[in-house]
Design a protein around this ligand. Structure first.
Ligand SMILES: [Zn+2]
Length: 315
């Protein structure tokens, strides 16, 4: 088994949103990666520069961030060749690691644009090194820049950030400093290719919370009628729990509830409605250990919302 720590650089429409291709807002122009073995030792590196085919000119912001010139890009590979080479190099028995959550969806969106998504089966388990860094070294919720992480460990910064291979090397170096039990306890799932049918649905148990990723529904109303979506089994023991505050929507995308396990007490449920690139709706539900003050604030929130909605109806 190998860990493939990778990073992407991308370009966007040089002429602004109006001339953006909706299916491909960000075009990948570089792939950089580090291969680590099961002991997390570096065994190889990978780099591909991609010749832009959709946005031929660099956007001024890309130019500012990524230190690449037009000529270097013109000499690059065609994206389908680069990605095929990358996946062959990664090998079948590997797990991806990235800094943050955005590289894997962009990789897949670019592959989809070229009808190559079949080469990468999703949903995909991966490690978000930015999240793992926060869990082990900070307050769990913070999301720091890669450069912050490098400074945190006093790493030598002899390579410029925002070049794919350099960023992959920094990310790999941080990944190696995360305890194995933290890594194993907090893997992530990329749902760019969300579950389509019941048998593909995902149930995950973490330390102190659980996560469920549903199959696809036609509408969010249909999703909220599905018993599997609305149940809130205890995130510690899996026992069915009784609702203290039933699901209510706080905005167009988020729902909350409070439930109680007879053994482990109060838990907060949260549902996020997600839309994929094809407008399919699916649900990401988390159930977390909660407490009386949090339950009270959820109750207050529901009360406020009800009053606001009532006032709107009468005005
Ligand atoms: Zn319980």
């Amino acid at each position: 088994m190998n860990y493939i720590v990778f990073d992407l650089e991308w370009n966007q429409s040089p002429y602004g949103k109006a001339r953006e291709i909706e299916r491909l807002p960000f075009e990948i122009i570089e792939i950089g990666a580090v291969k680590l073995n099961a002991e997390r030792e570096v065994t190889d590196t990978f780099q591909a520069i991609v010749r832009p085919a959709v946005y031929r000119k660099l956007n001024y912001r890309t130019k500012e961030i990524v230190h690449m010139d037009q000529q270097e890009l013109e000499n690059g590979e065609w994206f389908p060749d680069a990605v095929r080479r990358f996946l062959a190099w990664a090998g079948p028995d590997s797990i991806f690691c990235t800094w943050g959550t955005v590289d894997l969806p962009e990789l897949q969106r670019n592959m989809k644009y070229y009808n190559m998504l079949g080469l990468l089966k999703g949903p995909m388990h991966y490690y978000d090194v930015q999240k793992l860094f926060a869990i082990q070294y900070e307050d769990m919720k913070s999301r720091r820049s890669l450069e912050y992480g490098a400074d945190f460990f006093h790493m030598e910064k002899n390579q410029a950030f925002h070049r794919a291979l350099a960023d992959a090397i920094y990310t790999a170096d941080i990944f190696r400093r995360i305890d194995m039990d933290v890594i194993q306890a907090y893997d992530s799932v990329d749902v760019y290719q969300n579950p389509k049918v019941k048998t593909e649905e995902i149930h995950l148990i973490y330390n102190g919370y659980s996560k469920y990723i549903s199959r696809e529904f036609r509408t969010k109303e249909e999703a909220m009628q599905d018993p599997e979506v609305t149940i809130t089994p205890c995130c510690l023991c899996g026992r069915p729990s009784r609702k203290r505050i039933r699901w209510f929507s706080v905005n167009a995308r988020n729902y909350y509830c409070i439930a109680e396990c007879p053994v482990h007490g109060l838990q907060k449920g949260k549902i996020r409605m997600k839309k994929n690139d094809d407008d399919g709706v699916f649900v990401v539900k988390t159930v977390k250990v909660s407490n009386e003050p949090e339950a009270q604030s959820i109750r207050d929130k529901r009360k406020d919302l009800r009053e606001k909605r009532r006032r709107r109806r009468h005005s």
